[in-house]
Design a protein around this ligand. Structure first.
Ligand code: NAD
Ligand code: TYD
Length: 338
């Protein structure tokens, strides 16, 4: 099976490629990635020698690049997106261009060349903040950040291409991923690398926001599972079943790295900060998929990976990252804990 994996040089995409090459001898993977600040060929270390892997640098918004790649693949798996909520608050434009327009270009190519499967990697953030209970796939979408709104917009276009043109699409709504090769702007990768440098861990608000964490390999196994067992036109929640407050996660990271809790620094809250995400995954589980990795062990392994792969994240943190960090975090420190 030949897969076109867009956004495959990012965090989840690169883990997905490794997963597929490891578990399927007969898979062929073409990666299309623009290599934005978040795309990184260091994430593909060791894959270059594999004859089943090919990398193409390019933009999903460019139909001339996309079409020849879509023409002879059996599935498109679309990871390509701008993905960080805080950046979407600073500069929303790129989110709309890549996440919505770029998805439309991919769908057009899938329609034109009758690609047998199109998987859109979406997120639980499209449901908006879930104060009580858990989201099911038929719930109304109430995105609240430019990031989640752009992902919801992409989903609407994917759905429209299924209904209007019969493109065989599947949408996955993943919960918060963690694991190796995550750009160190997200909670777990940022806090692990800051703690290793004895730098403050900036918690937004009171630290009691809840996320459902999934180990990236479990997310990858769910996508692989849906490539063969997913039903065209359907949407599937993919959660890890590990709801934790940000403060709980932060304290575990500090414990695994043997660092003091005095590194925790409360800062002013993210505007529109979703309080909680929670999904019911019984639709996917009823098909036979289950997450296999426990939260605490995988978190400890992940934190150790950042300790053992300093060169990978130091290279990132010494580049564009420093400017973003200043823009997002400067002047937000609170005098007293909430
Ligand atoms: P990431 O930011 O690490 O990687 C995104 C990748 O997309 C990068 O390699 C980047 O270069 C590439 N890209 C961006 N714009 C592009 C364009 N116009 N053309 C081609 N490539 C482009 O993101 P991630 O965390 O790996 O997330 C991957 C997907 O999974 C995204 O669609 C995201 O919305 C979704 N998702 C992420 C999470 C999470 O917790 N990280 C959870 C659920 C869903
Ligand atoms: P993040 O990793 O950005 O994922 P998302 O916002 O897409 O869920 O953030 C996870 C949680 O951690 C979220 O509630 C915001 C919080 N957070 C902080 O408190 N401080 C930080 O510096 C970051 C990056 C996130």
């Amino acid at each position: 099976m030949k897969l076109l994996v867009t956004g495959g040089a990012g965090f989840i995409g690169s883990n997905f490629i490794r997963y597929m090459l490891k578990h399927h001898d007969d898979v062929e993977i073409v990666v299309l990635d623009k290599l934005t600040y978040a795309g990184n060929l260091d994430n593909h270390r060791g894959l270059e020698q594999d004859a089943r892997y090919r990398f193409v640098r390019g933009d999903i918004c460019d139909s001339e690049t996309v079409e020849p790649l879509a023409a002879d693949c059996q599935a498109i798996v679309n990871f390509a997106a701008e993905t960080h909520v805080d950046r979407s608050l600073l500069e929303p434009g790129a989110f709309i261009t890549t996440d919505v327009y770029g998805t439309y270009i991919l769908l057009e190519a899938a329609r034109r060349f009758q690609v047998p499967t199109f998987i859109q990697i979406s997120t639980d953030e499209v449901y908006g903040s879930v104060e009580t209970g858990s989201s099911v796939e038929s719930d109304v979408l109430e995105p609240r950040s430019p990031y989640s709104a752009s992902k919801a917009g992409a989903e609407m276009m994917v759905r429209a291409y299924h209904v209007s043109y019969g493109v065989p699409v599947i949408i996955t709504r993943g919960s918060n991923n963690f694991g190796p090769y995550q750009y160190p702007e997200k909670l777990i990768s940022l806090f692990s690398t800051n703690a290793l440098d004895d730098e403050p861990l900036p918690i937004y608000g009171d630290g009691m926001n809840v996320r459902d964490w999934i180990y990236v390999e479990d997310h990858c196994s769910a996508i692989d599972f849906l490539l063969t067992h997913g039903k065209p036109g359907e949407t599937y929640n993919v959660g890890g079943g590990n709801e934790r407050t940000n403060l709980e996660v932060t304290k575990l990271i500090l414990r695994y790295l043997n660092k003091p809790e005095s590194l925790i620094q409360y800062i002013s809250d993210r505007p529109g900060h979703d309080r909680r995400y929670s999904m019911s995954c019984s639709k996917l589980q009823s098909l036979g998929w289950r997450p296999e990795h426990g939260f605490e062990e995988s978190l400890e392994q992940t934190v150790c990976w950042y300790r053992e792969n300093e060169g990978w994240w130091r290279k990132i943190k010494s580049g564009e990252f420093a400017d973003y960090y200043r823009r997002n975090y400067a002047g937000r420190q609170l005098d007293e804990s909430p």
